[in-house]
Design a protein around this ligand. Sequence first.
Ligand code: TYM
Length: 336
Amino acid sequence: MKRVFSGVQPTGSLHLGNYLGAIRNFVRLQEEGNESLYCVVDMHAITVWQDPAELAANTREVTAAFLAAGLDAERNIIFNQSQVAAHAELAWIFNCVARIGWLNRMTQFKEKAGKNRENASVGLYVYPNLMAADILVYKATHVPVGDDQKQHLELCRDIAQKFNNDFGAEVFPLVEPLIRDHAARIMSLRDGTKKMSKSDPSDQSRISMNDGADAIASKIRRARTDPEPVPDGTPAGGTRETRPEAFNLLEIYAALADATLAEVQAEHGGKLFSEFKQALTDLAVARLGPIGEEMKRLQADPAHIDSVLASGAERARAIAAPVLDEVFRTVGFLRP
Ligand code: TYM
């Protein structure tokens, strides 16, 4: 059976990259009728400092974004990580399976820890082990994510394989990343060589899922481009490498319109960017506007969001418990 798991950190407003690279694909998978778990990973969030009140608000906001984007809380299991202790329990086992050398190769740790690595939390270092536990505690087989999570999923496979080898038991499946060709890496609006990110200090670099029409319009108008017209697919129109900002806007348009890059180029190639940006603004407002409105409506009722999370956590615990039991017995821990 295909079991889908994915997680999103509650560390600030969700942006177009999170939506197009991940959340929208969760909604598509729902139409395939899979048993899927979508987790607000609050334990991952605290690997860097989070203000407690903001963390709680952001956890509700990500939940609201899941629901507003179209995830059904009955057909899927929506919950926050810290309510299911099995994640932390399996993560400890994986801390003892994963090798320091493996973690030393994680580029995201290097980026997030920056120059002052000695002062990074230990949690940030073992972050990928917790991520592997998130997935494997449900024996999930498919993980929809953006391109930036690829290396973490490879580590998840390494951990599963080493555990199975060490104990001579086929406990864990090897997960398949579900990374789409399209929109798997949405870039910053200010710099087409950097990915769109919650941690970018410039709010102008990203469109948030709950930005209003005015904010969307002004961010797109001010998005960096070059003096050339919109790439038209011919060699003269350049490539992603030579015109990263131009292609990023095309890619965003294609993803929002559910079209291919070639289709968008056929329609808009050769136009001035001012004109294309207007079309992109209209499209983004049409797609994101209703989601942002629905997020606001849901966030006005935190008790409802909390009840979605509580019932999701209960269902998640029921799936995780027998897996954890199997793991503990395999390791040699005495159980009643
Ligand atoms: P996070 O919270 O940074 O991002 C959530 C999802 O959004 C995708 N994403 C992007 N996609 C395209 N373009 C972008 N610019 C962009 N920025 C972010 C991410 O790839 C991700 O799919 N470690 C994870 C959370 C996590 C997780 C898991 C994911 C914890 N446990 C288990 C899958 C399975 C993270 O920090 O995502």
